[in-house]
Design a protein around this ligand. Structure first.
Ligand code: FAD
Length: 544
């Protein structure tokens, strides 16, 4: 027997948002042996667990894949950073913690596209099952689930001003963006508990780690899916310089995220033949749609100098304030260290033509010249706008047969004129809010864009020159019933057995909001489908 080969019922590739959910749910009954392979390491670093640590993980070579896009033609040929978590919890260990599910209409749209079982009514029970909502349960929210969701620890005067300004501009206040309607301005809820990040590694994996039927292998880069004909039978992975093989008697489940799941399919011979053949990869299935349909949210940031020293810049840049903030966090789990990316924000319609909000605004109480850069030495804040349902489509393509070489990522932001128009309309809408009396008292200077830039052409040029991702790549292994879809509505790779994709890459269209909550839901539902299929195949015991 080869000691480098192990056999499991299920192999999950990637211990990210989706992978940790799957590992927990598939091992709960004790009936199935599961291997969870993760390219990154353990989530022991303290900054992973402190929400403000979000800013520290941006440039971390240890916890972040640090991808960049190809030069983007519609963004002045700039290369856009594409951070992704490389650690237990995946991107849920490095993300901004905002808990936003998307709009009910997003899922009804998925159903309209032919995906039976994915309407909002169908997916709501999975959102509820996942959730441990600090405010308690109701028709839309759940308690007792592994994913802790909580309110920000305290209000902030700048956020109060922003919410009031949105109301002065004619928008409603909304205290629950995951409630009956998304529209309006308010505080975000966070995937956090008692001021600590609640990644899926923390919420789901920790519960399951002690189970004898779960093997978790970190620092293990899966390099290939192994096939017998059109059946996935295992994977090959690299760990510590050695190559190992693991066999799956039931299924291989890809949960490596929107960049790496299509990359792994392509490396394994499932993808566009014209891409694979020149790289010397034998083609198992010519599927041009693997890696196609990449969607992402582009955000454009407006920067302000504040009239009062009440921003995070003032805390971080002062030794005394920093110490005080650290003590408040240590003692009470409150204050700026308990907040991730955004504090407040809103969802708005840029025109009466939109049936539901078409832009999201994130209001951030610090300022810096670019994402991840040092904070300004003066009081400042930022408000970003992002179009929620982009029509631009990009792709992820391997550039080498070597699994260690990052794939080519080309989101093609703003390649659709509709996206250009909506982004410009979003910037105008945001300016209208910031011009209201409640906000004006806090604005010493609008630093960017220059207030003299007012025409549509000026604002589009600003978006092209400064726009960047809000980190929501999806849809590269799109679910659908059409010939161009990669997985069917049970997340099985079309034309194969024993192979599913269960992560952000299956979204038919990106949800109208942040993506983590919807991916947790996808994994909850995916786990149910996997277990149902296993039960349907199990031999029926004969009664005596
Ligand atoms: C900086 C940042 C901020 C964000 N902010 C928010 C936010 O505030 N709210 C929100 O809802 N969403 C946010 N998101 C998006 C959200 O976190 C992601 O959409 C989500 O976590 C993706 O889940 P996933 O399971 O598809 O992939 P991931 O969570 O990225 O998991 C994929 C896992 O697979 C592993 N992997 C990849 N390739 C291999 C391989 N070959 N072998 C083994 N393992 C592999 C990776 O290391 C990773 O752990 C943010 C994302 C980032 C990066």
């Amino acid at each position: 027997m080869n000691s480098n080969i192990d056999t499991f019922d299920y192999i999950i590739v990637g211990a990210g948002s989706a992978g940790c959910v799957l590992a927990n749910r598939l091992t709960a009954s004790g009936r199935h042996r599961v291997l969870l392979l993760e390219a990154g390491g353990r989530d022991r670093n303290v900054w992973i667990h402190i929400p403000l640590g979000y800013g520290k993980l941006f440039a971390s070579k240890t916890f972040n894949w640090l991808y960049t896009s190809e030069p983007e033609p519609e963004l002045d040929n700039r290369q856009i950073i594409q951070p992704r978590g490389k650690v237990l919890g995946g991107s849920s260990s490095i993300n901004g913690l905002l808990y936003i599910r998307g709009q009910h209409a997003d899922f009804d749209h998925w159903r309209q596209l032919g995906n039976a079982g994915w309407s909002f009514a169908d997916v709501l029970p999975y959102f509820r099952r996942a959730e441990h909502q600090q405010r308690g349960a109701d028709a839309l929210h759940g308690v007792g689930g592994p994913l802790a969701v909580s309110d920000v620890s305290e209000p902030h005067p700048l956020c109060e001003a922003f919410i009031e300004a949105a109301q002065q501009a004619g928008f409603p206040r909304n205290d629950d963006f995951n409630g009956p309607a998304q529209e309006g301005a308010g505080y975000f809820q966070l995937t956090a508990r008692n001021g600590r990040r609640w990644s899926t590694a923390r919420g789901y994996l920790r519960q399951a780690r002690g189970r004898a039927n779960l093997a978790v292998v970190t620092d293990a880069l899966t390099t290939k899916i192994l096939f017998s004909g059109r059946r996935a039978v295992g994977v090959e992975y690299r760990r510590g310089g050695a190559t190992r093989i693991a066999c799956a008697s039931s299924e291989v489940i890809l949960a490596a995220g929107a960049f790496n799941s299509p990359q792994l399919l392509q490396l394994s011979g499932v993808g566009p033949a014209h891409l694979l053949q020149p790289l010397g990869i034998p083609v198992i299935a010519d599927m041009p749609s693997v890696g196609a349909d990449l969607q992402d949210h582009l955000q454009v940031r407006m920067q302000y100098r504040c009239t009062l020293p009440i921003t995070m810049n003032d805390v971080i840049n002062s030794w005394r304030h920093r110490t005080h903030a650290g003590l408040r966090y240590a003692l009470f789990r409150k204050g700026l260290l308990s907040v991730g990316a955004g504090y407040a924000g809103g969802f708005f319609r840029t025109s009466a033509m939109a049936a539901t909000p078409d832009v999201q605004v994130i209001f951030i109480i610090f300022s810096a010249d670019s994402v991840g850069a040092a904070l300004h030495p003066f009081p400042g804040f930022i408000a970003t706008v992002c179009q929620l349902r982009p029509q631009s489509r990009g792709f992820v393509h391997i550039r080498s047969a070597d699994p260690a070489v990052p794939p080519k990522i080309q989101p093609r932001y703003l390649s659709s004129p509709f996206d250009q128009d909506t982004t410009v309309a979003g910037l105008k809408l945001l300016r209208r809010i910031m011009d209201q009396p409640a906000m004006r008292t806090y604005i010493a200077e609008q630093r960017a864009p220059d207030p003299r830039l007012t025409s549509d052409a000026d604002l589009l040029a600003f978006a092209r020159a400064t726009g960047t991702t809000v980190f929501h790549p999806t849809s590269t292994c799109r679910m659908g019933s059409d010939a161009g879809a990669v997985v069917d509505e049970r997340l099985r790779v079309r034309g194969f057995t024993g192979l599913r994709v269960v992560d952000g890459s299956i979204m038919p269209t990106v949800v109208s909001g942040n993506t983590n909550a919807a991916i947790v839901m996808i994994a909850e539902k995916g786990a149910d489908m996997i277990l149902q299929d296993a039960a349907a195949q199990a031999p029926v015991a004969l009664s005596a």
